[in-house]
Structures are given as C-alpha cells and as structure tokens.
Design a protein around this ligand. Structure first.
Ligand code: PLP
Length: 346
C-alpha cells in the first residue's frame, strides 16, 4: 500500500454494518474490569487508532504521548544510569534541556556534536549508549546521513533514535533505514492545524516498545482522547499537506535566493521549513513584525505559514545567527505567501 493510502485508511474501525468510519474520542477514566484496558492511564481506543495509523506510516509500533518532549523523555529513560547520549549541537532546544537536566542530576552524560562534522559524529557514536539524530535540524536545517550513522551504531550496539518531526514519514522513514526508535512532536506536521500538543514514539523492537508503554503508564505522560482524535484527523491529510507545503517552500526558495535583504537562504532540498538569515536581530525583528498574512509565532508544521526569529529565545544555541528567521511554509496559495514575505522584507 502506498503511504498516501495508509494515511487515509489505517486506524479505522472494521468495515462492518453500523461501524463508524472513524474511531471516536473515547472519554473514559476507567473501563469495566476484566479487559485489556482497565484504566485511562493504561490505554484508550482513540490512542490505539492513532497508533495503528502512524505505525503504518513509519513502519513500526507506535505509542502516543502527552507531547513530543514526553515521548523524548520516555526514550531517554532507556539510557542506562551513567551512560552517554550523543546528540547534535543544533538539536531541538527541549531535547538539549532534558539532556542537561539528566547530566545535572547525575543520570547520564551527553555529548553534543556538529551535525556536519561526520567524522566527529561517527567517532562520538562509537563510545555512546544512544545517539539522537534530528534531520533536518531545527532551525539550522543541517541534514544527517541516517543510514551511515546506523551502520556505525550497529557495529558497536548503540541505540539510534531519530526525531522525525521535520521530515515526517512522508519524506523520510528512519525505521526502514535501520534506526531503533523514531520520535515525533505530533504537535507539528502530523496533526498539522496548530491546535494540538502531542507526541509519539515508534519502534520495531518489542522490549523497547514495552519500556515506552511502561514509562507512559507509570509516569503518566498520557495525551487526552480529544487531542489524539484531532491528531488522527490531521494525519489523514498529512501527505497532501506535506506535498503542497513542500512545493510552496521550493518556489519560495527560488524566489528568495539572492534577495538583497537576505544574507542566506537555507533549505535542505525537501520539506516545508526554510530558514532565512537577515543582517542582524533588528532587521529580523522588523521582518517578522511586518507580515500580514503569515503569522509571527513559534512552533511549525501547521496549514498556515508561520515565522519566527529563533534567537528571540534566550536559551537558543548561540551558533544560530541573531538574524535567522525560521519559516514554516503552509498550504496557502504560494503567490499570497510570496507577496506577504516580499512586502515584509521590503
Ligand atoms: C516541537 C519539537 C519537539 C517538542 O515537541 P512538543 O510537542 O512541543 O513537546 C521535539 N522535536 C522537534 C524537532 C520539535 O520541533
């Protein structure tokens, strides 16, 4: 089955008379005793429907979480005490914060490596317990050869985790490339409408899946049924949205490359995220304040075009330029996005 079809057809009730086409949101804190669910922190039919659907897209078994960072916390819980995690210097800020907290409380160590320094990355992986890759990175948009990291990691038994939030399974399926675990902020492209905070983790390994499930149950990192219902509704159109947003992004990159107001246009060649670099913070702030159709907002992956100067966050990594504006391109008509961006740059 093609992935576009799986996005539409997976996670549905059986095709039987009077079955609804969609699994409804099940609002239940508890279930009549004696079954597989028992209590609302352990399981929910709406979660199962979403897990079946995203699992079909990524090619693994899925567990939903309360947020992307809850999913990442569940994954990091699999690092042995005193172990080492390798992450990218430009990985998601929340991931870096979790790694720093784990280090502070003596749980495990972490090493940050430049995504583009392939020899350094591969040699760091050789001495780690787990490596977390984001590709493309947020917001530097560096790309990592996942299969190459998997090859190095496999030879020394290191767990490979890929945060696939930016690429989505439409454009990149890390489990097929040999990764052990995939994590998502379903808040972004998967749900796609800027109305849900949710996460997911996926694996093909039964023991790792069991550990994710246990973490969710005992730490209570559970999403509400309405969030999961909305995320599954959003996932139905993931392929269409990614296709259109990516086409828009490609056209905007062509249009913006060489624009006199921009020092750099960064685009990895796929996906819907573009980072543009303006001369300084003031120029970037004026740009994001000047848009009318697009919205100045953090987060990304919605149907609407949003943009943000990342260094407005004091915690953002200092090697991200002050004038860098990350743009999440939506599915509006590209001419309208282009006109707005050009007037704001002007
Ligand atoms: C947003 C994001 C996260 C965190 O997800 P939340 O749903 O906000 O907790 C993790 N990784 C990446 C790449 C993200 O963009």
């Amino acid at each position: 089955m093609h992935i576009e079809t799986a996005a539409v057809s997976s996670g549905r009730p059986p095709a039987q008379p009077d079955q609804p086409l969609n699994v409804p949101p099940t609002f239940a804190s508890t279930y009549t005793a004696g079954g597989a669910l028992e209590y609302g922190r352990f399981g929910n039919p709406t979660w199962s429907a979403f897990e079946e659907a995203l699992g079909a897209l990524e090619g693994g078994d899925c567990r939903v979480f309360a947020s992307g960072l809850a999913a990442i916390a569940a994954v990091l819980d699999q690092v042995p005490v005193g172990g080492t995690v390798v992450a990218l210097a430009h990985c998601y800020l929340g991931t870096q914060t979790q790694l720093a907290h784990a280090e502070e409380r003596g749980a495990f160590h972490h090493v940050l490596v430049d995504a583009l320094d392939v020899p350094a990355l591969h040699s760091a992986v050789r001495t780690a317990d787990m490596v977390i890759i984001e590709s493309p990175t947020n917001p530097a948009l560096e790309v990592v050869d996942i299969a190459a990291v998997v090859e190095v990691a496999r030879s020394v038994g290191v767990v490979v985790v890929v945060d696939n939030t930016f690429a989505t399974p439409i454009l990149q399926r890390p489990l097929e490339l040999g990764a052990d675990i995939v994590v998502h902020s379903a808040t972004k492209f998967i749900s796609g409408h800027s109305d849900v905070v949710m996460g997911a983790a996926l694996t093909r390994d039964a023991d790792r899946l069991a550990a994710l499930t246990t973490f969710r149950s005992i730490q209570g990192a559970t999403p509400g049924p309405m969030e999961v219902f909305l995320a599954l509704r959003g996932l139905r159109t993931l392929a269409l949205r990614v296709e259109r947003a990516q086409a828009n992004a490609g056209e905007l990159v062509r249009l913006l490359t060489g624009h006199p107001g921009l020092i750099e246009v960064r685009y990895p060649g796929f996906g819907a995220i573009i980072s543009v670099v303006l001369p300084d913070a003031d120029a970037a702030d004026a740009f994001v304040a000047g848009v009318r159709l697009c919205r100045h907002a953090t987060s990304l992956g919605g149907v609407e075009t949003t943009l943000e100067r990342r260094r407005r966050w004091s915690g953002e990594v200092k090697t991200i330029p002050e004038g860098l504006v990350r743009m999440s391109i939506g599915i509006e008509h590209v001419d309208d996005i282009a006109a707005d961006i050009l007037q704001a740059l002007g």
